[in-house]
Design a protein around this ligand. Structure first.
Ligand code: SAM
Length: 311
């Protein structure tokens, strides 16, 4: 895929109906030879629309007006390039706990959780957040995670978590204002509710910080799993991570996680793990596949806002 096609695809599949500003901007960048030429000078992993848009927002640049974005990016390219080269897309979306919850709640309790690709670890607190599935409210306090659920009843309870740990190539720290500023910049412009959610979830995590280990999800998973307490169901999970991992490493990860005791929950784009057959997704928008121990169960929206169980 060319860089221009990457931007067209991002606008049409991910931003459409979710962020009008990013849909408009990504289509404009896809036709902007000056910006495409700058993107061409970067390594492939640094050309993601989300990364460029997040860095421009971090530096105070405009993302609502494509012409102003073009001017700002050209005028500030050295600073933008330095940030692009040192940063990665590490969006940490606690809303994804709402699509993990039905599976977590159905496993034998209590749970010992390991999240690979945890970013700042905000998805490690599914037992502490509140949830609203339609008119069913589960739990108290904040943040309240809204999820439109189709094809099954909402979970009756939150899981009991006795141990939680995250693994990431570059763990972020919710108590560090610079890391929180980057997490905030990664949230799409119109999504004030997600900014509120980030702050509320960061407060939950900061009150009882998770064990976050710097490492690779293949090489370092067995050692972290060995630290999980006995007497709890080990659950290794990941959401929106494997698209950042090369295919042979994804296969090695699947092998490593299957070799562990306990369960494996994946919430990933449909093309990153091999599933025999998937039903048609419920619409054109981007959906992830929720799977337990390699069996696909449901389509989920990217920020946890909806899930549709397979029939
Ligand atoms: C898009 S973020 C998702 C964070 C979190 N799972 C969520 O859903 O909110 C992907 C995370 O995966 C991490 N990551 C990518 N490749 C990895 C690897 N090989 N080993 C460990 N972490 C990795 C990145 O550093 C980043 O923090």
């Amino acid at each position: 895929m060319t860089i221009a096609e990457t931007y067209v695809r991002f606008g049409a599949r991910e931003a459409r109906g979710v962020s009008p500003a990013y849909e408009r901007l990504s289509l404009a960048v896809s036709r902007d030879d000056g910006l495409l030429a700058l993107a061409e000078t970067l390594p492939p992993a640094k050309r993601q629309p989300n990364l460029l848009f997040g860095v421009v927002r971090l530096l105070g640049g405009p993302v609502h007006d494509p012409a102003a974005f073009h001017d700002f990016t050209l005028a500030n390219w050295p600073a933008i390039e330095a940030e692009l080269r040192s940063r990665a897309v590490q969006t940490n979306e606690p809303g994804r706990c709402a699509v993990l919850l039905p599976v977590l709640a159905a496993l034998p309790q209590p749970l010992a959780l390991i999240e690979v690709g945890a970013s700042a670890g905000l998805c490690l607190y599914p037992d502490r957040y509140a949830y609203r599935y339609g008119d069913r409210l589960l739990g108290r306090g904040g943040p309240v995670l809204d999820c439109a659920l189709t094809g099954s009843a909402p979970p009756e309870r939150r899981p009991e978590v006795v141990w939680r740990a995250g693994l990431d190539l570059n763990p972020l720290d919710v108590t560090d204002p610079a890391d929180v500023a980057w997490l905030d910049a990664l949230i799409w412009p119109e999504h004030e509710h997600r900014r509120d959610r980030l702050r509320a979830a960061a407060a939950v995590a900061a009150a009882d910080p998770p064990l976050l280990v710097r490492g690779d999800l293949v090489d370092d998973l067995p050692a972290l799993a060995a630290r999980a307490p006995a007497g709890a169901t080990l659950v290794v999970f990941h959401t929106s991570v494997l698209y950042q991992v090369p295919a042979p490493r994804r296969a090695a990860f699947a092998e490593a996680v299957r070799a562990l005791p306990g369960h494996w929950i994946a919430n990933e784009a449909p093309d990153v793990l091999p599933y025999d057959a998937l039903p048609e997704p419920p619409g054109d928008a981007h959906h992830n596949v929720l799977a337990l121990d390699g069996t696909p169960l449901a389509w989920t929206r990217g920020h946890g806002q909806a899930m549709t169980w397979f029939g």
